[in-house]
Design a protein around this ligand. Structure first.
Ligand code: PMV
Length: 342
């Protein structure tokens, strides 16, 4: 039996991916911050197969229990990967995973899981064929992760990652993410306090959300805007401009939700507490001049972003102003990317 174990973090997009073409090719570029604590630890075991069948045999255990729904998704994904990983049909594959953040708040979910699955598969392929890991390893894994869950491809790099072809970044690609390395000190130690206002599973899946961009009246303009914002955010990260970072990040969160509000069918994922918290963040920033801002995923929970030098002030603010609006806070921060456990 051979075993490959990887921990892969989740990521939070600053510039959002929303809308996709076939084969998980994004309609626009996106840029994210890799998290540190929200992660999936996954082991892939390759056992000898009882039968000689050419079918893929796999089971998937999440936190010690068989997870039929995710197993089905993983099996479908593996079926699309047979050319890349010819060994898949030679073994019985046993996946076991656990998340650092319990409960289904969507914080460490498909992005971190597919990141870890892709890493384990690429690692297995290399070891079975006696190939040393080379500098392309993460890029290859990112490409594979994308095919499982789009945003997962950004989780494989430390700090900040760019996914999608943008004119002014020569090695950028729609097929995999690349790391953004030239980052000003202001943005090297960012924290993300994830304010859980509702931990119920997503009402509308992100696959459905992406598909609603296909006939969306504002889609074309949105894709142009996102690509321009990715380029601008790369310069902002380089020059340390908090003010522009805040404007871009918050506008992106609201634009993502505006796309949902104006799609056919329209839907609404923010909760009343989401809006109350956003207003309190605006007020706190105005009064204190502390550069904190928010972003949102495809859900009601708020990611509060700030440099770690403001940790104490932010905690005071959360305790005094927001306690009643929040079920739980997950304290996270910028992270170093995946880890291989031997
Ligand atoms: O990777 P998916 O298909 O779950 O889509 C993620 C979409 C957002 O989280 C809303 C934005 C993003 O870029 O991560």
């Amino acid at each position: 039996m051979k075993k490959f174990t990887w921990t892969c973090p989740s990521n939070i997009a600053l510039i959002k991916y929303w809308g996709k073409k076939p084969h998980q090719i994004p309609c626009n570029a996106s840029l994210s911050m890799t998290l540190s604590k929200a992660s999936t630890e996954l082991s892939l075991e390759l056992h000898s197969k009882d039968s000689k069948s050419s079918e893929i045999e796999c089971d998937y255990y999440f936190e010690g229990k068989k997870n039929e729904k995710f197993e089905h998704r993983v099996r479908e994904f593996l079926q699309t990967q047979q050319v890349h990983f010819p060994f898949l049909k030679d073994f019985a594959l046993h996946f076991q995973s656990k998340n650092s953040f319990p409960h289904s708040t969507g914080i460490a979910s498909s992005a971190s899981a597919f990141g870890a699955i892709a890493l384990a598969l690429c690692d297995a392929k290399n070891q079975l064929s006696g190939v040393e890991k080379n500098s392309n390893f993460m890029q290859e894994a990112s490409n594979i992760a994308r095919q499982g869950s789009g945003s997962a491809c950004r989780s494989l790099f430390p700090s900040y990652a760019l996914w999608g072809k943008v004119e002014d970044v020569t090695n950028s690609s729609d097929e995999y993410a690349i790391p953004i390395t030239d980052v000003h000190l202001n943005f090297q130690n960012m924290c993300d306090a994830i304010l859980i206002v509702d931990s119920a599973p997503k009402k509308v899946s992100s696959s459905l959300g992406h598909s609603l961009m296909n006939n969306h009246p504002y889609a074309a303009q949105r894709f142009v805007q996102a690509n321009q914002r990715v380029s601008e955010m790369i310069s902002v990260l380089r020059n340390g401009d908090y003010e522009r970072y805040i404007q871009l990040t918050e506008s992106e969160a609201l634009t993502l939700h505006a796309m949902m509000l104006t799609s056919h069918d329209y839907y609404l994922l923010m909760r009343p507490q989401t809006l109350e918290i956003i207003e309190k963040i605006f007020k706190f920033r105005q009064e204190t001049k502390i550069p904190v801002c928010f972003t949102l995923d495809a859900g009601p929970n708020i990611h509060l972003l700030y440099a770690n030098s403001y940790q104490e002030k932010v905690e005071e603010f959360l305790n005094s102003e927001l306690k009643n609006h929040i079920q739980e806070i997950k304290w996270d921060k910028i992270g170093l990317g995946p880890q291989n456990k031997k």
